[in-house]
Design a binder for this molecule. Structure first.
Ligand code: NAI
Length: 415
């Protein structure tokens, strides 16, 4: 299969010369990325317009590193080394000596474009200008630059220091050299790089959509309902955890991410794909978000939470799982995920290897979806999709042409 190539992170964290990295925005993502770069020996300048965000980032790092000392993961010297590698600045001009800048500010195209075009007036001509955007096109951000070929997407996952995957997204304007350099830098930071086409959701936020969407659809149809009006969230979650080995079920995960955040990602992807019904958001989640039932952070979502963010066990969770129902739920969500992964490969969004690594290292899936397709059998995937299509006659359940072709030719993904 053609497509971009996955690069394994290098064992060494030695930089050939000390890299200067400018990070714009010291919120959740910017501060995490700063920690990653500083840990790898880069000199980092973390910039924010909001002084309290800078103070918060500095205090948060102190806490994280102290905890790492307690856990014997680093020593005091390492802590000082990392801290001394980061300076906190409130003037964009201070990033003028950067070799690479990564922007992680508010998700707003106009604001990002303004910051990028100002930044370009300060940095050297060779400086790579990257964005950590989750949902905007890299081409649209690059268009704000005089030298758009220096622009690239470098998309970390939250929390950046812990999540292994980084998606690297060249825009149509990006030069080959900038792609190669960026990939090398991120690999040197001991991350696994997956190169993705500049399309909505890149790899992970596209391929993972059915995990939430199909679970919500199953819930809305009421097939997972238990007697006495119990909701079925726990039944769906338990089916995926028990039969699939997922660490969290879809409803637990949506509660963890936040129903507001997760709903917005789905809606953005749906709109960006010209309303393809495969990505259609669910009213259930919209209503939960509107009601303020955001999940763990608000104490109530699909589950109720105690003050420590732990799920308060519902009566439904205590009931034994109906085996046949659990299998039906698991098969339906899994085949929709496999179909999405196969279609991403069919559309050359990334290589088969990158698609599988993206899901195991970006969202901790127990297996790569294409490897899972081989395990279940391509015939099984096609017939399950056709069963769903025949039942609903909705475009949402169309089988990827790639799976169909593979079935005809007796092929496997062999990732
Ligand atoms: P955040 O709200 O935690 O932090 C944003 C920071 O940017 C704030 O400290 C704010 O003061 C600062 N800021 C806003 N406008 C600025 C400007 N013009 N100049 C300098 N600083 C400015 O946001 P978060 O969650 O860190 O997200 C940042 C970016 O990363 C967004 O593009 C988002 O889509 C992306 N992203 C977020 C992920 C997440 O899970 N939170 C995951 C991956 C990407």
């Amino acid at each position: 299969m053609s497509g971009a190539k996955l690069q394994k992170s290098s064992i060494s964290n030695q930089q050939s010369s000390i890299m200067r990295v400018g990070i714009i925005g010291s919120g959740t993502m910017g501060s995490g990325i700063a920690q990653v770069a500083a840990t790898s020996g880069c000199k980092v300048k973390l910039y924010d317009t909001n002084q309290s965000a800078l103070d918060k980032a500095k205090a948060a790092l102190e806490k994280i590193l102290s905890r790492l000392i307690e856990k014997d993961r680093i020593d005091a010297d390492e802590k000082s080394r990392i801290q001394n590698n980061i300076s906190y600045v409130d003037d964009l001009k201070d990033l003028s000596d950067s070799d690479l800048t990564i922007e992680a500010i508010v998700e707003n195209l106009d604001i990002k474009k303004k910051v990028f075009s100002e930044l370009e007036t300060y940095v050297s001509k060779d400086c790579i200008i990257a964005s950590n955007t989750s949902s905007l096109s890299i081409a649209s951000i690059a268009a704000s630059l005089k030298k758009p070929e220096r622009c690239i997407g470098i998309h970390f996952f939250n929390p950046a220091p812990l999540m292994q995957l980084v998606e690297v997204i060249p825009a149509i304007q990006t030069s080959k050299e900038v792609l190669e350099k960026s990939t090398k830098i991120i690999s040197d930071w001991k991350k696994t790089v997956a190169v993705a086409k500049d399309t909505p959701g890149f790899i992970v936020n596209r391929v993972a959509r059915p995990f939430y969407g199909e679970a919500l659809r199953i819930y809305e149809e009421g097939i997972a309902d238990l007697p006495a009006g119990q909701a079925g969230f726990a039944t769906i979650d338990e089916s995926l955890k028990t039969l699939g080995g997922f660490k969290m079920g879809p409803f637990e995960l949506m509660d963890f991410i936040g129903n507001d955040v997760n709903y917005t990602v789905t809606e953005t992807v749906f709109t960006a794909f010209y309303f393809d019904p495969r990505y259609k958001p669910a009213f259930t989640q919209k209503r939960f978000a509107e009601a303020g039932y955001l999940g763990r952070k608000s104490g109530k979502g699909y589950y109720d939470y105690d003050d420590n963010g732990r799920i308060l066990i519902s009566t439904e969770l205590k009931k034994p799982l109906d085996e046949k129902l659990a299998q039906q739920i698991f098969d339906r969500v899994l085949v929709m995920l496999i179909n999405e992964a196969a279609d991403a490969l069919f559309m050359n969004i990334a290589s088969a290897e990158d698609i599988d690594h993206a899901m195991t290292k970006g969202v901790n899936y127990p297996k790569g979806l294409l490897a899972w397709a081989d395990e279940k059998g391509i015939d099984w995937c096609v017939s399950k999709m056709d069963e769903l299509y025949n039942e609903y006659h909705e475009d949402r359940y169309r089988c990827s042409p790639l799976l169909r072709k593979m079935k005809t030719n007796g092929l496997r993904f062999e990732v």
